[in-house]
Design a protein around this ligand. Structure first.
Ligand code: HEC
Length: 163
């Protein structure tokens, strides 16, 4: 009798757990994670990314993520766009994780195509996938909370449902 009671309690707890998980998913807990590939909440990845950013990105995007030049929206003498800021004044946070990873891996010329010319090279042969994710994680970790929230929503919206 006692054993049956224990099983009943475990079964009830299991059902409650499943219900709780479903409620969490419905309430947006899962929504927040949709499309999220950049580990900006992982302190180790962010620390690694800070070092990678300093070594591989800061020369163009600025030590403080401030961009190459104040007027980064205007093409230079060669007709190429300067490196934009990666802080909240730029437009890095307008793009979903998948696109940021693609740009950093393959470079802007390959991503845009149609003969577009850009100084943003691809780092796919220089950095590992984890190092690219870490560099982007560091960048995202510096954004103010409300920008992070908007970016999480952009990620979620970028995921298309097939069902
Ligand atoms: C040689 C200079 C240079 C280096 C080094 C460089 N970038 Fe860039 N990056 C650029 C330029 C220039 C652009 C703008 C390209 C364009 O729009 O034509 C850019 C654009 C980007 C974008 C798109 C931003 C947006 O708002 O659209 C991302 C993401 C990016 N870079 C990430 C990185 C990361 C991460 C690193 C280091 C691993 C890095 N870049 C290193 C020059 C550089």
């Amino acid at each position: 009798m006692r054993r049956i009671a224990t099983i009943a309690v475990v079964a009830t707890a299991g059902a409650a757990g499943a219900a709780g998980l479903a409620a969490w998913a419905m309430s947006g807990g899962q929504q927040k994670r949709l499309g999220q590939l950049i580990p900006y909440e992982d302190a180790q990845a962010v620390a690694l990314g800070e070092a990678i950013y300093a070594d591989h990105c800061a020369a163009c995007h600025g030590a403080e993520l401030e961009g190459q030049v104040p007027d980064w929206r205007s093409p230079d003498a060669a007709g190429l766009l300067p490196a934009p800021p990666h802080d909240e004044t730029g437009h890095t946070w307008h793009h979903a994780d998948a696109l940021l990873i693609d740009i950093t891996t393959r470079g802007t010329e390959a991503v845009v195509g149609r003969g577009y010319r850009s100084n943003m090279m691809g780092f796919g042969d220089v950095l590992t996938e984890d190092e690219i994710l870490a560099a982007l994680a560091f960048i995202k970790s510096t954004w103010p909370g409300e920008v992070v929230e908007i970016h999480n929503r952009i990620n979620a919206d970028s995921v298309t449902f097939s069902n």
